[in-house]
Structure formats: C-alpha cells, structure tokens
Design a protein around this ligand. Structure first.
Ligand code: ADP
Length: 419
C-alpha cells in the first residue's frame, strides 16, 4: 500500500471519530484512526481521523488541542481538514463547536465553512436550518436530556450564533436541490457578505453528495459523518479498504461490552442484552462512597469468561439527574469514566481482546486507560459503528459506539461480523 492521506479529520470525541472512519472505509477509502494528534507511521492510507476528547473540555483547552492536531495533520500532507462533531450538534452555548471552528478557520486561512450535521442514514436531517432526529425536532428528541450537553434549541443558526462572534446563515434545501454549482454560488455570495458559516439543509444522501461536490476544494469543512460520504463520492474508490482481523487468536479470546452511555439506543441495547446474558451494573453513588465496584466488576467478568459480559452504568434520565445533583455533573461523569478505564485495563489483563464500548466520553476514557495510540478501521456493523484493530503487538478488536447508534441487538450480534 502507498500514498499519503488527502483528508485529515479532527473529531471532537472518540466514537464520533469511529463513526466517520467507518463511513470513509465504507466508501472505499483506507483509513487510520489515531487517538490524539497523529504521530508515527500513518502512511499508506487515504484518510487520517484524529479522535480527540474535546467536546466537553474547557474551551481554551479544546481550541489548543484542535489546532495542534490540525498542524500535525497538515504535516502529513492532507489537503482538506474536516472538523467532525456529533450529528446532534452536542454542545453548549459556550461551545465548543463554534470557537473550535473559528480557530481552525483562522489556522487554515479559510473563508466560509459549511456546517453540515445531517446524517440521513441514522435519522439526522436538517431542514430550513433546523435539526431533526428521526423526524422529531432536536429539542423534542431524547437529546434534550443528555447528561452533559442537553440540546434544547433545534435552530442551528441560532445555536451556532450563540457560540461564535462570526456571522452564520443557512442554505436551504431548494438551493441544494439545484446542485453543486448552485450551492457553490450561494456560498460565494454569503462569503462576500462576510458570513463565515453556512448551515446546509440536507434530507437525503443525494443532498450530501451535492454538498460534497460543492465543497471539495474547501480547506475546512465541518459536519457529522454524512458529509464525508458526499466528499468521498467525488474522490476515487478502491475495493477492500476495510482492515481485517490480523491475529485469529482475537476471535477465541474473551469478550466484553462496556456501556457508559445513557442515551436511548444504548438503554435499549442494555435492556435487551441483560435479559439473557451476564450483566453487572455500576452506580456513581456507590463509586463515590468508595465501594470497590471496579474489583467486583472484574471478579464478575472472570466468573463469566465463556460469553460476552456486559458491565454498564446505563440508567434512566431520573437516576442520572439524581446522581448529578448529589455529586455534580462533572464528578458523576468522572467517577464513571475512571471506573470504566480501570475495568477495561483489568479486563485486558484477564485476556479480553474483543471489546464493545458504548458512549463517546466513555470510549475516550477506555482508549486512554488502555494506552491505545491508533487503530486501523474495519468493517461497519451498523452505520457509523465499525470494528477497529489496535496498532502494535497483540492487537485488540475494539468497537467504539456512539451512545445513540446501533441496532437494539448490537451487543449480541456485533461479534458475528468479526470473522
Ligand atoms: P453518549 O455517547 O451517549 O453521549 P457518553 O459516554 O459520551 O455517552 O456520555 C455519557 C456521560 O454520562 C459520561 O460522561 C458518563 O460517564 C456519564 N454517566 C454514565 N452513567 C451515568 C450515571 N449512571 N449517572 C451519571 N452520569 C453517568
């Protein structure tokens, strides 16, 4: 394999990174995902996806990390930078999407950038600048109760406008329907008027293909994973771009699911798996009391080595609120994330080599605890949910899943794709 990457992605969380990496592989582009800025050998690929954990960091830190990552990506020769955030635009009025995008525009001497969170394959569409999740306005979807970034305003021009001093406008679907030249023309006009961000409507894959063609020469694009499909569709494709299991011993090794997401899809996956398979629940209040839940969870996993086990902190919105009001939002999250990191390390020491991790922040904590630098991206199990294989000796198979992604039976069935 040869060739240096043309696309560099800066993703604001770990499962968002695997989501876009899976999309790129699905489009026939060889993709390496790194955790943090790329370092070392990431040649012989078309795209490098740098997974950061900046979505919920203090703003200044998120900006510095993102800019340094773009510099590393550019030193690899990438022609285009893609700032990847969640298809539900997870952020607060303080950021971090707007301020990070501002800093990347400055770094890349960019002018106007598209803002394209649409991902119709997973039910995210944008119409008249408003974001819908499976046909419901964002503010009426389960995202309004997210533990860290509750989304209560569906109007993205307004949401982004609160996060940046720059002018934000929208490009409606009627322009998108007229094709790439119409979109490029409107982007030019908006840019001449001093607009720096254009929220683009997209209801279908065809709209994303139009947008991809319209922005193929932009130094910076921003969006969720859908736009990547559009961009990839105007580049060359090759067969067999998905990485495969390189060590067959992985397929015989013990397996576990770690779920730290409380999102609707994960709740359903946990409930379903728990009816038939060994399941251990973590509770932030017990962790705060100093209970050795990590030790208990590892003991439980050893006792059930024959099949995949599930260890989770997934619970109802009411229970999350209860824990957060007793401990504070940050501390509740930190306790749970730290516990999952320690559990992941313990499981790998026990010989586990196949891990499904649910939740973006949770996955970030797990890969950091495991000291994973990078992965080659394999086949998707569901849209945005690919298996990945850690670089280096004794690879692990990791499936890092955004909380709201995947079919209800994912925890039972993901293993079947690993052959
Ligand atoms: P998602 O992908 O669904 O957003 P994340 O892992 O990114 O999932 O975010 C969930 C956040 O909620 C994490 O910071 C996690 O530690 C925290 N969390 C998980 N379980 C609980 C719980 N039972 N109570 C309070 N916070 C929790």
């Amino acid at each position: 394999m040869s060739g240096s990457p043309w696309l560099g992605v800066v993703a604001d969380d770990v499962t968002g990174a695997t989501d876009i990496a899976g999309t790129l592989v699905g489009q026939g582009l060889r993709t390496v995902q790194t955790f943090g800025p790329p370092s070392g050998d990431v040649s012989a690929c078309d795209c490098v996806v740098a997974a950061l954990k900046t979505r919920n960091l203090p703003l200044a830190e998120a900006v510095v990390r993102s800019v340094e990552t773009v510099r590393s990506l550019r030193s690899l020769g990438v022609e285009q930078v893609y700032f990847k955030y969640c298809s539900t635009f997870d952020s607060t009025d303080a950021g971090n999407i707007g301020p990070v995008a501002d800093a990347l525009q400055t770094e890349l001497n960019g002018t106007i950038s598209v803002v394209c969170p649409a991902a119709p394959a997973v039910g995210r569409t944008v119409y008249q600048g408003h974001l819908f999740v499976h046909g419901r306005l964002l503010s009426e979807s389960p995202l309004r109760d997210h533990p860290l970034t509750p989304m209560t305003d569906p109007d993205l021009v307004r949401v982004l406008g609160r996060q940046t001093g720059a002018a934000v406008a929208s490009i409606g679907y009627s322009t998108v329907e007229r094709g790439p030249d119409a979109v490029a023309g409107e982007l030019k006009e908006l840019s001449a008027r001093g607009v720096r961000y254009a929220v683009t409507d997209a209801l279908t894959e065809q709209h994303l293909a139009v947008l991809g063609a319209a922005v193929r020469d932009h130094p910076l694009v921003t969006g969720a994973s859908g736009l990547a499909k559009g961009l990839a569709s105007v580049r060359s494709h090759r067969a067999g771009s998905a990485a495969a299991v390189s060590d067959p011993a992985i397929l015989r090794a013990p397996a576990a699911v770690l779920a730290g997401s409380c999102s609707a899809a994960t709740r359903e996956q946990v409930e379903r798996f728990a009816t038939r398979s060994p399941t251990f629940a973590l509770d932030p209040l017990a962790l705060a009391d100093g209970d050795d839940d990590v030790g208990h969870a590892l003991h439980f996993a050893t006792a059930h080595r024959s099949g995949p086990v599930l260890i989770h902190s997934t619970t109802s919105t009411d229970n999350v609120r209860r824990a957060q009001s007793a401990l504070g939002v940050r501390r509740a999250a930190e306790l749970v994330e730290t516990a999952f990191g320690r559990i992941a390390r313990g499981l790998v020491e026990q010989g586990v080599r196949r891990l499904v991790v649910a939740g973006g922040e949770t996955a970030g904590a797990v890969v950091r605890a495991l000291g994973v630098d990078g992965v080659r991206v394999g086949q998707e199990v569901d849209p945005g949910v690919p298996w990945t294989f850690t670089l280096g000796e004794r690879p692990l198979a990791l499936l890092l899943k955004s909380g709201n992604f995947g079919r209800p039976s994912l925890f039972d069935e993901a293993w079947e794709v690993l052959v």
